[in-house]
Design a protein around this ligand. Structure first.
Ligand code: ZN
Length: 137
């Protein structure tokens, strides 16, 4: 988890987000956990090969679940998306747009910072279409 937070901190939008997120995190008002194995077992067969389950924010339990079996370069944008949900007060469609906007900006910033990341995403990210909202449905 340490490693993925460091990756998030590499971009301006990630650092911006962490400023609001980390105080909650250090007070344990939100925790990061790996998905329960039972959920992974259930979802993995539904996904194309190599695709990650991603991340989900469960407000009730104040937990962001992460598929830690995936590469952190893939997981980081998912985590960013969920972190926006944690700190956002927006509702409905606006809430989603807000999270996707930050997720997209973060990914863009990582690409600009590290051209290799772009190639890495092309190789891996095109298969990653699943969002938390699909899981929440
Ligand atoms: Zn969302």
């Amino acid at each position: 988890m340490e490693e993925i937070l460091k990756l998030v901190a590499r971009t301006p939008s990630g650092r911006n987000l962490l400023e609001k997120f980390l105080p909650l995190y250090s007070r344990k008002q939100v925790t990061l956990q790996t998905y329960p194995e039972a959920i992974i077992q259930e979802l993995r067969p539904l996904l194309p090969d190599g695709q990650t389950v991603g991340a989900t924010w469960t407000e009730k339990d104040r937990v962001i679940y992460l598929d830690t079996q995936g590469p952190i370069g893939i997981l980081a944008p998912f985590l960013v998306h969920e972190m926006v949900h944690v700190i956002s007060t927006k509702k409905g469609t606006e809430r989603e747009l807000d999270a996707f906007e930050t997720q997209t900006r973060f990914t863009q910033e990582l690409k600009e910072r590290d051209p290799e990341y772009q190639n890495f995403l092309l190789a891996n990210y095109s298969r990653t279409k699943l969002t938390d909202d699909w899981l929440a449905a």
